[in-house]
Design a protein around this ligand. Structure first.
Ligand code: DGT
Ligand code: CA
Ligand code: CA
Ligand code: ZN
Length: 584
């Protein structure tokens, strides 16, 4: 195991010990041990373990060093196996309820004897949780809501993770000699931020062999339905996938139909009808004549199309990229030849909101810069946390200004082709003031202002708070404006229309946070906002070198928001960005 994997195990141990109500000193020892490991270099950890000397590190005792050694060597830990077995699985599951930590679970379990999520839901419904000391009606409501959200969330999956499963399957299908064409369809192809299930469409004259290959994939945990041309499977993660196999003549129609969305399909079918045609997964056939659309298509009476572009052309439309097929005006735009020239990953020349190990990132400034250079980026913005985000090791004025100096020195050294902008992800305090004085902010190239605490404020307070930040002349951009974490935490209550108005009026950028867990501001709001003059920045919010790659997920949803390169600051050349920062 690597030191970061071991750190995760130590965190888990700390949580489990807390669930058991163990000695707080013991719990803290594991938590701080995890953080120490994270802050160390892998080579140093390796060397100390080899010399049997890890306990010489401040904060790591003999017992902890021994456990780290066991994990490092074997990837397993007897102590953890026993610990897990000593706790009711229902209690561990309760940790997944948003807003419920180990301490509260321990209290609920101890006082009410609750040891499952079902039991907890019932205790909330009966009003028993509210009666516990330190809880009250408000936190009982919050727990009940958390349980309901968890159920809804459990049915969907992050697009990014679903892609990782889906991509190799499409590649594998394409390699089969029986397969003429294969594509992913559904919400995954449309690039939705979360997907319910994966959908694959295959053209083949020998469906049986293809079906067997699919159902026998090693990652398949269960085949939930198996037919000659249609099957469904479930993977370990709970993600499901549908495969449909059709004759090649039908492929384009099936692909279009199962790509959706439903709203887009309804509008397309309507348009076909206006032209005397019936459009379906089977084909595009005349409404006249004998039999169903399927029968007509199977008799070969339908229109032949070689690809989707040809299909759209039959209905007098430009090719509509899957990202736009949401029934939000794409057909009208395609009819007029006014579809946007959507931004592409290759358009990006850098990104602004990234962390280093100075706050809660894992890599150094130099490592982050080298990674940006490897991506071919002209520039990289470093915006570490500010002092109020103490849980993220936020920088105070002194550490920030030292970092600014280090960045200037690095830029002047000519060591990297990538220019680094010195910024800060400055906390927006509860009343909308910023965590740093103007005098400090003035020494930065730019600032990302973000909310990290009191996310549950009422709508009026949160809206006023964000607007005050957006109006601050030192704020270049607003970070993750709603604070949502997909499938885990709802957006803060905020009147986004008003915040967007204020951002446009003050020429403040709003970020499209590209972390696949956030994708905030939501794509549904970007088209109108950008048309009205809002500038976007696609920011990965990277906490390590690999995290820079998350700009891809940001570009994916930016496309769904109809954004073009011109709407996004980080598509501009370095000189233009420097100029932009000088003015703002
Ligand atoms: P998901 O899986 O919930 O993230 O969303 P989708 O869009 O992938 O939906 P899914 O997997 O149920 O079906 C894939 C596509 O098939 C969907 O986007 C449109 C098409 N489709 C499925 N059922 C219907 C339907 O009842 N009517 C129409 N017009 N289209 C449908
Ligand atoms: Ca689907
Ligand atoms: Ca499906
Ligand atoms: Zn942040």
């Amino acid at each position: 195991m690597t030191k970061n994997e071991i750190a995760e195990v130590l965190e888990e141990i700390a949580t489990l010990l807390e669930l058991k109500g163990e000695n707080p000193f013991k719990i803290r020892a594991y938590g701080s041990g995890a953080r120490i490991l994270e802050s160390m270099e892998q080579v140093d950890v390796d060397r100390l373990l080899e010399d049997d000397d890890l306990d010489s590190v401040k904060g790591i005792g003999v017992a902890l060093a021994q456990k780290i050694g066991e994990l490092h060597a074997t990837g397993k830990l007897e102590f953890l196996i026993k610990l897990r077995a000593s706790i009711a699985p229902g209690l561990v599951e309760m940790l997944e309820v948003p807003g419920l930590g180990a301490k509260k679970i321990k209290a609920i379990h101890g006082k009410l004897g609750v040891n499952s999520i079902e039991g907890l839901a019932k205790a909330c419904a009966d009003g028993k949780v509210a009666e516990l000391a330190g809880f009250g009606a408000k936190s009982q409501d919050k727990i009940a809501e958390g349980i309901r959200n968890r159920e809804a969330y459990g049915k969907r999956h992050l697009w990014w993770l679903a892609q990782e499963v889906g991509r190799p399957i499409v590649e594998g299908l394409r390699k089969l000699p029986q397969v003429v064409r294969a594509e992913s369809a559904g919400s995954s192809r449309r690039g939705m931020e979360t997907v319910g299930d994966l959908d694959f469409i295959v053209a083949s004259a020998e469906p049986e062999l293809v079906m067997t290959w699919f159902c026998e994939l090693p990652e398949v945990k269960e085949v939930t339905a198996r037919g000659e041309t249609k099957s469904s499977v479930r993977f370990e993660s709970g993600l499901q996938a549908d495969l449909r196999i059709v004759p090649d003549e039908q492929f384009v129609f099936a692909l279009h139909h199962f790509t959706g969305s439903k709203d887009h399909n309804v509008a397309m079918r309507q348009r076909a009808l206006e032209r005397g045609l019936s459009m379906s997964e089977w084909g595009l056939v005349s409404v006249e004549g004998e039999g169903t659309a399927k029968e007509k298509a199977e008799r070969g009476e339908g229109e032949g199309v070689k690809d989707e572009a040809a299909l759209f052309a039959k209905l007098d439309l430009e090719f509509i990229p899957p990202a736009l097929r949401e029934g939000r005006g794409e057909i009208e735009a395609a009819e007029q030849g006014e579809l946007p020239r959507l931004i592409e990953l290759g358009d990006l020349r850098g990104a602004f909101h990234n962390h280093t190990d100075a706050s809660d990132g894992k890599n150094t400034l130099a490592e982050m810069t080298a990674a940006a250079e490897a991506l071919g980026w002209e520039y990289l913005g470093i915006a570490d946390h500010s002092k109020s985000s103490f849980q993220a090791n936020g920088l105070n004025e002194e550490r920030l200004l030292k970092q600014v100096e280090a960045i200037r020195v690095q830029n002047e050294s000519g060591k990297f082709r990538t220019h680094v902008f010195a910024g800060s992800e400055v906390d927006i305090l509860t009343d909308g003031r910023l965590d740093f004085d103007d005098e400090v902010l003035a020494q930065l190239d730019y600032t990302v202002a973000s909310v990290h605490n009191a996310l549950g404020q009422d709508e009026a307070t949160m809206t006023a708070r964000l607007i005050r930040a957006v109006e601050n002349p030192h704020v270049t951009m607003l970070g993750h404006p709603t604070g949502r974490i997909l499938l885990r935490r709802e957006s803060s209550k905020v009147d986004l229309a008003k915040v967007i108005d204020a951002a446009i009026a003050n020429e403040t950028i709003i970020e499209l946070n590209a972390s696949p867990w956030r994708l905030d501001l939501d794509w549904r709001l970007w088209r109108k906002a950008a048309e009205r003059g809002l500038m976007c920045a696609i920011n990965p919010d990277a906490h390590d070198t690999a995290g820079l790659g998350h700009v891809a997920e940001g570009v994916n949803v930016a496309r769904k928001g109809w954004l073009e390169a011109k709407h996004v600051l980080d598509t501009r050349p370095l000189a233009d960005v420097k100029q932009y920062f000088r003015i703002k």
